[in-house]
Design a protein around this ligand. Sequence first.
Ligand SMILES: CC(=O)N[C@H]1[C@@H](OP(=O)(O)OP(=O)(O)OC[C@H]2O[C@@H](n3ccc(=O)[nH]c3=O)[C@H](O)[C@@H]2O)O[C@H](CO)[C@@H](O)[C@@H]1O[C@H](C)C(=O)N[C@@H](C)C(=O)N[C@H](CCC(=O)O)C(=O)O
Ligand SMILES: Nc1ncnc2c1ncn2[C@@H]1O[C@H](COP(=O)(O)OP(=O)(O)OP(=O)(O)O)[C@@H](O)[C@H]1O
Ligand SMILES: N[C@H](CCC[C@H](N)C(=O)O)C(=O)O
Ligand SMILES: [Mg+2]
Length: 491
Amino acid sequence: MKLNKLLELIPFYKTNQNVDDIEITGVSMDSRSVGLGEAFVCIIGSESDGHDFVNSAIDQGAALIIAEKELSIDFPVITVNDTTKALAMISSTFYNYPTEKIHTIGVTGTNGKTTITYLLDEIFTLEQHITATIGTIQMNIAGRSYPVKNTTPDALSLQQSFQQMVEYGVDTAIMEVSSHALDQGRVYGCDFDVAVFTNLTQDHLDYHESMGDYLHAKSLLFAQLGNGYNLKREKFAIINGDSPVAGKLIRATSQPVLTYGINKPADIMAREIRLHEKGSSFVLSTPKGEITIESPLMGLFSVYNMMASAGAALVSGIDLSVIQKSFKHTKGVRGRFEPVLEGQPFGVVVDYAHTPDSLENVLKTMSEFCKGEIRVVVGCGGDRDRKKRPLMADVAMKYADQSIFTSDNPRTEDPTVILNDMTSHLNGNFVIEEDRKSAIDLAISNSEEGDMVLIAGKGHETYQEINGVRYEFDDCEVARNILSKVKGSRT
Ligand SMILES: CC(=O)N[C@H]1[C@@H](OP(=O)(O)OP(=O)(O)OC[C@H]2O[C@@H](n3ccc(=O)[nH]c3=O)[C@H](O)[C@@H]2O)O[C@H](CO)[C@@H](O)[C@@H]1O[C@H](C)C(=O)N[C@@H](C)C(=O)N[C@H](CCC(=O)O)C(=O)O
Ligand SMILES: Nc1ncnc2c1ncn2[C@@H]1O[C@H](COP(=O)(O)OP(=O)(O)OP(=O)(O)O)[C@@H](O)[C@H]1O
Ligand SMILES: N[C@H](CCC[C@H](N)C(=O)O)C(=O)O
Ligand SMILES: [Mg+2]
């Protein structure tokens, strides 16, 4: 692609020589993988500064440098005021604006994003749409799965993936949009048609300076809705009206809003809610009519996730009856309230709760049905929000009969420091067992008929990162192995 075409969304830039006719073969943000004839965009990150790798990018064959700092080199350079934004815009241009060709739904909020993307994927698939999802567990394009490094990929990989979706005939893309991604501009250049907000509760205060900054990052999805380049398509924001920050998000967007909720009047509401051991049922009232929902998904938080998904599906033209059918037969999401069933007389659930609010939601749900005692095995991730650690431990102590505090992914931190952050303020009885497998073993070995064990924090993850090294670890598999051993020894 000719450079002047690549820069068509960037009206003002400085250049050190005539560059218009340079032919660009691709876009790169990493000097280690830049290819011959590519434009290398210098991104200032948290660890390194792309401007420091310009010479190496040139040695690798880059045809042009896009920078935001002045570079005095005898090589074609374009200088812009924000390379992060420029990267997103040229990536979108290079891949021919793929999000304009696909109905694109973005889901943001502290908890529920992965679940909602899966619920929506099931609904659209039931309607014979060809779908793609991008999120924490994986990326899936028309039935093919790909591993992911981030919940929301960087702008370049993202636009490349959208282009692949276009090639594979995808008509609907549903993706999680993390606050980090919004803050780092990974989704500039994405023309979202529907933006969904779940909730805002404490997390990521290692990255965002305050809850206000965290909210600001989330609000960008709504502020940017409809700021794409194709204004012909309708846009909608779907917002949890029960969230204390709903008003701020509603005012952040210039596009039509549909609210959902239970406690306050909203466009989409759930009433006659029945939460039971095998799932939930409720009457869903919407601007397009009412319908009864029955679903195997448990807990009030699942009702919120279903309302959010129903809202996004409805504004996308899906019929209420399809939504009803899809919720009834949902397979649920790996590692989200996933039961481990090995014929034991007590419940074992693996769940990805790794924030105070999600842990509280899940434990509350369990406490409503558990006939015996609740045991929770939980830790907190290293190199992440330290402030949530004591709060998560408080939640465990409040709802569980036995709290077993253990390691999650300590990453580069000392596990004992994390456990100390969680527990140093606590009074009362609890157990600290740093080894996660032993902690799970303890919870299971102590359990009797009618009890319930919650193994929280890692959900679908298949590794544990200790001291920067990833070891194989799958909560479900570990629990299954222990259960089959316990069963053997008890018979
Ligand atoms: C803190 C953070 O968010 N970091 C993200 C960021 O990396 P970074 O700022 O550290 O980048 P960097 O390593 O400093 O590099 C800066 C630039 O120099 C370039 N470089 C670097 C070295 C070199 O030799 N040559 C070179 O060109 C790099 O390619 C890059 O363009 O940009 C990268 C590309 O987009 C991300 O992969 C990376 O996510 C890291 C791995 C991460 O762990 N992020 C987490 C916190 C995160 O983003 N999580 C959210 C989900 C959170 C949730 O809601 O649960 C997510 O969306 O995944
Ligand atoms: N609507 C909700 N409100 C509160 N908690 C929820 C909600 N939905 C799910 N949860 C809890 O949060 C956990 C994570 O859910 P999910 O993976 O869907 O969220 P997420 O927003 O994608 O999280 P992440 O930011 O880590 O990707 C679940 O395992 C469950 O414990
Ligand atoms: N996307 C989240 C996942 C946290 C999962 C938990 N198991 C941990 O490692 O802290 C994060 O990176 O903060
Ligand atoms: Mg997720």
